[in-house]
Design a protein around this ligand. Structure first.
Ligand code: ZN
Length: 513
C-alpha cells in the first residue's frame, strides 16, 4: 500500500451550506460495514473472543502468526457468513478460497490479514431500507466476505491518543483473528439530499438484521459493528444523471454510531462541495471522524486498494459449502425485521410515528419482552420510549444496556395500573431499580413508596390546602370546578407526590360542591 502522510486539516475547513451542496452536486455513497461475529472462538484458531479480557490472554501461535502454526476455518463463522449473505439476498459462492492481504501494521502479527479477495462468500444482493418519510431505498450490495480482525494498538504519552507524539505503544492481540464479515455496497446513487439519511438508515437496518440473525452483538460503541463511509460528489445534470462520471471519493473510517454515520456523510458533502466550488480537486484519502467536533480530518492518502498484494492462502482449504446446507440455512432464516415490525405494529395498534420512535430507540424487542411479561403494549411503549429512553440518552447508553429488565418494567407498569403507585412515584421506583435496589416491588417496600389513598390521611392535607387557598375554594364553591387543580397540586406537593391524585380530586370536590 502506498501511503504518504497528509497534514491534518482542522475546523477551519470551508463548508458549503448543505442545501446548496446537494443542489449543485449529486452525492454518491459507498458503505463498508465490518461486523464482528459473536462466535465462541476465533476465525482460524480455538482462542476465545470475549470482549474486554486482559490484554493478550486470548492468543495462541495461530493468531499470533508464529512460524509453523496452521489455521483451520471456523465452521460456525462460515455458517454465519452464509446466513448474512442469504438475508441480504446474495448469491452464495459454491467454492471460494481465502486470500492473504499483505500489509504491515503492528497490530497485525502475521504481517498479512487472511481475507477473501476475488472469491467472496456472498455477492450481488440488496437490502431495502425505510426512510423517515415512509419511502424505501434499495441499497445494492456488492459483496460480503469473511476475514479476521486485527489486534489493537494503544499509543501512550501523547495528547491525542494517536501514534504521533506518543512515548510508546502497547499492542493487544486479543482481537486479532476474531471473525469479521465485511459487507460492501455498490455505489449508491439517486439518494440526493437524503444521502446522509440513507446512510444512517442502511446501517440501522443492517444492524437490526444482523441482530435478528443472532450472528453478532452489533455493539457499535464496542466496535463490533463499524462503518466506513465513502462519499463523492458529481455535477448535477438535468438530463442523464447516470451518465455523469463518479467524482473522487473519500473514505471516512470507523464511524461508530448511527448518528455519526449521518453526520459524517453530511459533513463530507459540505466539505467536498466547498472544495469543488472553489475549483479544488478532491484528494482520494481516508479520513478520521471526530465525534466531539463533528468534523472529519485527513488520514492517509490512498492511491488504490489494489496496492495490497493479495494471493491465495495456501494453508487453508477452500470454502465449498454444500448446496443442501445452504438451502437448509435459507429455510431457517428469521422473519425479516421490517416485516416483523409491521406485524408487531399491527398487533400493538401503534401509529407509524410511535413505531418509528420505538425502532429508532432500539426498543422493539424490549417492548415485545415487556408485553410478554404481562404489560399492555401502550404501557410498555410509554416506559421504554419515554422515561427509560430519556435516561439512556442522558447517560449516552443503549437502551438495552440499562440495568433494568423487561420483567421489571412490566412489574412497574402493573403497580401503576393497580393504583398502588402513580407515575411520579414510579419514576422514583425506577431510580431504585436502576441503582440495583431490586425489583419494583422490593423498591416500593424498601423505600415506603406506596400511594396514599387512605381518606383519613388525605383529608387532613386537603383541609390544610383549602385553608391556605380560601379564594380557590370559593371559586369551586361557586361552580368553577376547573379551579380544583390548584388545590390538588397543593395536596400532591404536601404528600410529595405520593398521593392518589384521582382520589384527592374526588375528595376535594366532595368537600366543596
Ligand atoms: Zn489463537
Amino acid at each position: 500500500m502506498t501511503t504518504t502522510s497528509a497534514t491534518s486539516s482542522s475546523s477551519d475547513e470551508l463548508l458549503l451550506p448543505y442545501d446548496e451542496a446537494v443542489q449543485r452536486f449529486d452525492p454518491v455513497l459507498g458503505l463498508e460495514v465490518h461486523v464482528e461475529l459473536s462466535t465462541a472462538t476465533k476465525m482460524f484458531c480455538g482462542c476465545g473472543t470475549a470482549f474486554g479480557a486482559e490484554p493478550n490472554t486470548q492468543v495462541c501461535p495461530v493468531c499470533l502468526g508464529l512460524p509453523g502454526a496452521l489455521p483451520v476455518v471456523n465452521e460456525a463463522a462460515v455458517e454465519s457468513a452464509i446466513r448474512i449473505g442469504l438475508a441480504l439476498h446474495c448469491d452464495i459462492t459454491p467454492w471460494g478460497r481465502f486470500a492473504r492481504k499483505n500489509y504491515f501494521y503492528p497490530d497485525m502479527p502475521k504481517n498479512f490479514q487472511t481475507s477473501q479477495y476475488d472469491e467472496p462468500i456472498a455477492t450481488n444482493g440488496y437490502l431495502d431500507v425505510e426512510l423517515d418519510d415512509g419511502t424505501t431505498y434499495r441499497v445494492a450490495i456488492e459483496r460480503a466476505h469473511m476475514e479476521e480482525d486485527t489486534g489493537k494498538s494503544l499509543h501512550v504519552g501523547g495528547s491525542t491518543g494517536r501514534i504521533h507524539g506518543a512515548e510508546y505503544s502497547l499492542v493487544d492481540y486479543n482481537r486479532a483473528g476474531i471473525p469479521l464479515i465485511e459487507i460492501v455496497t455498490k455505489p449508491l446513487t439517486g439518494a440526493g439530499e437524503r444521502a446522509p439519511e440513507v446512510a444512517r438508515a442502511y446501517v440501522a437496518t443492517l444492524r437490526d438484521l444482523l441482530r435478528a440473525l443472532g450472528v453478532s452483538d452489533v455493539r457499535m460503541e464496542q466496535g463490533s459493528l463499524r462503518c466506513d463511509a465513502n462519499v463523492s460528489l458529481r455535477e448535477r445534470r438535468d438530463d442523464d444523471q447516470d451518465a455523469v462520471p463518479l467524482g473522487t471519493r473519500t473514505e471516512t473510517k470507523n464511524v461508530n454510531s448511527l448518528r455519526s454515520v449521518e453526520r459524517a456523510v453530511r459533513y463530507e458533502i459540505c466539505r467536498q462541495g466547498a472544495r469543488l466550488v472553489a475549483g479544488d480537486v478532491i484528494v482520494q484519502e481516508t479520513r478520521h471522524w471526530h465525534e466531539d467536533s463533528g468534523l472529519t480530518t485527513s488520514g492517509r492518502v490512498k492511491s488504490d486498494a489494489e496496492d495490497y498484494r493479495y494471493f491465495p492462502e495456501p494453508d487453508l482449504v477452500p470454502v465449498a459449502p454444500d448446496a443442501a446446507w445452504v438451502e437448509h440455512l435459507r429455510t431457517t432464516l428469521p422473519e425479516p425485521p421490517a416485516q416483523r415490525r409491521r406485524r408487531l405494529q399491527q398487533d400493538w395498534g401503534f401509529t407509524d410515528l410511535e413505531m418509528r420512535d420505538l425502532v429508532n430507540a432500539g426498543a422493539t424487542e424490549l417492548v415485545e419482552d415487556t408485553v410478554a411479561a404481562g404489560a399492555s403494549p401502550a404501557a410498555a411503549r410509554k416506559w421504554w420510549s419515554g422515561e427509560l429512553a430519556r435516561r439512556a440518552n442522558a447517560e449516552g447508553q443503549e437502551l438495552a444496556s440499562l440495568p433494568v429488565t423487561a420483567e421489571q418494567v412490566a412489574q412497574l407498569a402493573g403497580l401503576v395500573e393497580s393504583g398502588r403507585i402513580n407515575d411520579t412515584i414510579a419514576r422514583q421506583v425506577l431510580d431504585g431499580v436502576l441503582a440495583g435496589e431490586g425489583s419494583p416491588e422490593e423498591v416500593v417496600t424498601a423505600r415506603g413508596l406506596e400511594v396514599v389513598s387512605d381518606d383519613g390521611a388525605l383529608g387532613a392535607a386537603i383541609d390544610r390546602a383549602i385553608e391556605a387557598n380560601p379564594d380557590v375554594a370559593e371559586k369551586i364553591r361557586g361552580g368553577k370546578v376547573a379551579a380544583a387543580g390548584a388545590l390538588i397540586g397543593a395536596v400532591m406537593k404536601e404528600m410529595r407526590g405520593q398521593a392518589d391524585a384521582g382520589r384527592v380530586r374526588e375528595l376535594v370536590l366532595e368537600r366543596l360542591t
